[in-house]
Design a protein around this ligand. Structure first.
Ligand code: HEC
Length: 123
């Protein structure tokens, strides 16, 4: 009996986790309002207070040509994967110590997944 309960609870956790990871681009667009005061996305996006984030997934950190990054971001030697972006949205200064983005971070995993879905969806 115990094992049945265990299997059931693992199965439902897995289902919840995958629904979660998918994210909702429409909700993500709304949630991106928190980023949009500093960041643009889309084919004609340009640097503003922060660098543009068009197709940022798979892009090298600190690499857009029209933005003057902090030394920390310019020298951050990695590519923005979804995992990196997820961690950065939670705690920017832990992922790139000394970077200049003044943002407390987002506590809600759902909102983070939604923002990622939105960023993915902007073609
Ligand atoms: C108050 C303005 C501000 C807000 C709000 C903000 N950012 Fe930023 N962001 C910046 C600045 C400034 C930088 C450049 C940091 C540096 O050069 O050290 C940056 C850098 C970034 C980068 C690195 C880009 C690259 O080209 O490597 C990503 C990714 C990013 N922000 C995502 C987000 C997301 C997602 C949100 C919303 C959840 C957000 N930011 C909210 C100002 C902001």
């Amino acid at each position: 009996m115990l094992s049945v309960v265990l299997v059931l609870s693992i199965a439902s956790t897995a289902a919840a986790a995958s629904a979660h990871a998918a994210g909702d681009p429409v909700a993500g667009r709304a949630a991106f309002a928190r980023c949009a005061s500093c960041h643009q996305v889309g084919p004609s996006a340009r640097a503003g207070f922060g660098p543009q984030l068009y197709q940022v997934i798979g892009r090298k950190a600190g690499s857009t040509g029209d933005y003057k990054y902090s030394p920390a971001m310019a020298n951050a030697n990695f590519v923005w994967t979804e995992d990196k972006l997820r961690a950065f949205m939670k705690a920017p200064s832990e992922v790139v110590p000394g970077n200049r983005m003044r943002f407390w971070g987002i506590g809600s995993d759902r909102q983070i997944d939604d923002i990622l879905a939105y960023l993915r969806s902007v073609k």
